[in-house]
Design a protein around this ligand. Sequence first.
Ligand code: ARG
Length: 461
Amino acid sequence: MTESPSRSGAFESEVDQRVEAFTESISFDARLFREDIAGSIAHANMLSDQQLISPGERDQIIEGLVNILAELESGEFSFRPELEDIHMNIEQALIDRLGDVGRKLHTGRSRNDQVSTDMRLWIRGCIDRVDGLLAGLQKSFVQLAISEGEVVIPAYTHLQRAQPVLAAHYFLAYCEKLERDRLRLRDCRLRVNQSSLGTAALAGTSLDIDRAHTAKQLGFEGLVENSLDSSSDRDYMLEFVFCLSLISVHLSSWAEDWIIWSTTEFSMIQIPHEFCTGSSIMPQKINPDVLELTRGKAARVIGDLQTLLVLVKGLPMAYNRDLQEDKLPLFDAADTVENCLEIAIPLVAGSRLNRDNIAAGLDRGFLDATTLMEFLIKRGIPQRKAHHAIGELVRQATRQNCRLSDLSLEDFQAFDPSLDASIYDVLGIENALSAFRSLGSTSPKRVASQIGTWRERLEIS
Ligand code: ARG
């Protein structure tokens, strides 16, 4: 029988070729090769320090692994699907080179703890890349807040015009969401960055291994102690893909905003043409496809999370082969979010507000109505009364097809005779905007101080 690291002498026949094709994962787990080799080098060092292999054997193993790594990096390595996965491909390549010395590498280890270790290392690297990309996107939003931030835009609830805000306030709202995404990733990293190595198949081992030794070499902050837990646990991966899902939800809602803003009807933003595509039949079309795909790809990422949740929900303790299927949704979610962030960074940085068009439309929608109501409250009128009265004035202005600021003093005095011309100080969009006060509001002072905070935090000069 041909040699395979996982087919012991217990088998009476070779594997059916159809099973080989059905069970392989090398077509999608080959990308774990760096992590797999790092884990094996740490393991070999530990085995030697624990006198489970000799220092000479350790050196041969590490040299062999380093050479295999070079072959993998250069694309010269030939993968063998009959060896199932990346772990056995690398191990067999080592055995082919070193014979019995290579056959010692797997001492005190199982593919169950090996695969989980590899994925923890891979996710840790990915968390750090995504964090960098999120910071990059925050910087793009802050740059826009600096260059376009003083523009007053209508803010919406129910997609109906609500109140005026500074554009900077809007851009910084996305910085906040992305900051929470970063914090969530940082928290998730704590649980990702725990070593599974040395829990072996599921029960640990009778060999005198040192788990803390490998954990330290691989930069893990601690280890997953209970071997049954470790063999079956994929919580760290689910958490990570949840973090990715929420990032893609944030990106999707941003994309939706800007798709709407870039329509002729809204005409609030110009997306750089490098990030738009055309139509094969309608020559006038300049479409925001990148934004639409960002929205669409969020569905994939959410689907990946769903796949993982369903994958693990009915598994008996401990490792089950179903878990091999975790890699496809994990990699898909990670690749998708990285791609979306990579393209969002320059798209945001290159976008410009259509200042004239936005300004021309601000008088529609009574954006100053709430500030006017608050003016009345400040004069002692109960909120519910003021709310009702301004509603009537809005109705009157709608009938007369004019702004609230176009109504006469008599119109206001009909509601409350004590009102004087100072009421016009809060009417009009600019006045309404500068009336804001509260912490976190769109008050120009508050927003300027927020821009300062973000500049410092993200080290923007
Ligand atoms: N390719 C497998 C996976 O990704 C590795 C672990 C296999 N373990 C086993 N006992 N069959 O999950």
